[in-house]
Design a protein around this ligand. Structure first.
Ligand code: AMP
Length: 249
């Protein structure tokens, strides 16, 4: 079984990103970049399926400017076999990404496509669902367990207040939730080996997709700074302040 994993390059989850002074976008100059955490979980799951002998090949794809190759190489160091970089400087949005993934799925005959449930920069939570719809195949979103058996994928999903297990015929799309697994760290020898693994570069035109965005960002702003708190001396003082200053009771 061939698995395709989509990985996005995003600002590292530990970095506090600021908005640009003109409010047009997040300021990513000199910011440490990384694989989107949910995509790291997707890579780990695919590699584990290969290690169990369920998958024969793990192909990782990332879309965006040349710098995305850094995240593809990281995924290769984590155990993926081969990379595809869809190179473009266009501001990519979920619909265009889903269309390009569909073209790659068709070409690669991928039987399982694993994506993150959402990218931590745009918080879209759209690409996996759009891909499943465009490809006309089933989807298991927010997966906390994936078992491949008898040509089907049993996916346990994190839903409000519990878990739901569904069975998907293959090919299918799975999107990862946080509890699916704990990604490994890449070892130095594997980082070295990853440099020699194949990485194809294609353009959106090669995939027959016009990536022009349909959504324009009007404004980006940082959340309001939290006001400093105060320490009260007694319950009476607290009640008084809540009543007369904050006016919440
Ligand atoms: P989103 O719909 O933007 O929240 O992203 C959900 C998932 O789609 C991500 O976790 C990735 O697996 C995939 N994805 C989004 N953007 C890209 C990209 N530029 N390149 C590759 N995969 C992507």
């Amino acid at each position: 079984m061939k698995i395709l994993v989509a990985v996005k390059r995003v600002a590292d989850a530990n970095v506090k990103v600021r908005a640009k002074a003109d409010g047009s976008a997040a300021d990513l100059a000199n910011v440490k970049m990384a694989i989107n955490p949910f995509c790291e979980i997707a890579v780990e799951e695919a590699v584990r399926l290969k290690e169990k002998g369920v998958a024969t090949e793990v192909v990782v794809v990332s879309m965006g400017d040349k710098a995305c190759q850094e995240q593809i190489r990281t995924a290769l160091a984590l155990g993926a076999d081969r990379g595809i970089h869809v190179e473009t400087d266009v501001d990519l949005q979920p619909l265009a990404i889903a269309k390009m993934l569909k073209a790659i799925v068709d070409k690669e005959s991928s039987e399982l496509i694993i994506l993150g449930k959402q990218s931590i920069d745009g918080d879209n939570n759209q690409t996996g669902q759009m891909l499943a719809a465009l490809a006309g195949i089933p989807q298991g979103t927010f997966a906390s367990e994936v078992v491949i058996e008898d040509g089907k994928a049993a996916v346990t999903r994190e839903i409000d207040g519990g878990l739901q297990t569904i069975s998907l015929s293959l090919p299918a799309v799975v999107t990862t939730d946080l509890r699916l697994n704990e990604p490994r760290y890449a070892s130095l020898p594997n980082i070295m080996k990853a440099k020699r693994k194949p990485l194809d570069v294609v353009s959106p035109a090669d995939l027959g997709v016009d990536p022009a965005p349909g959504v324009t960002t009007l404004k980006v702003e940082a959340p309001a700074e939290r006001q400093a708190g105060i320490i009260v001396e007694s319950v009476e003082e607290l009640v008084d302040k809540l009543k007369n200053e904050a006016k919440v009771i």
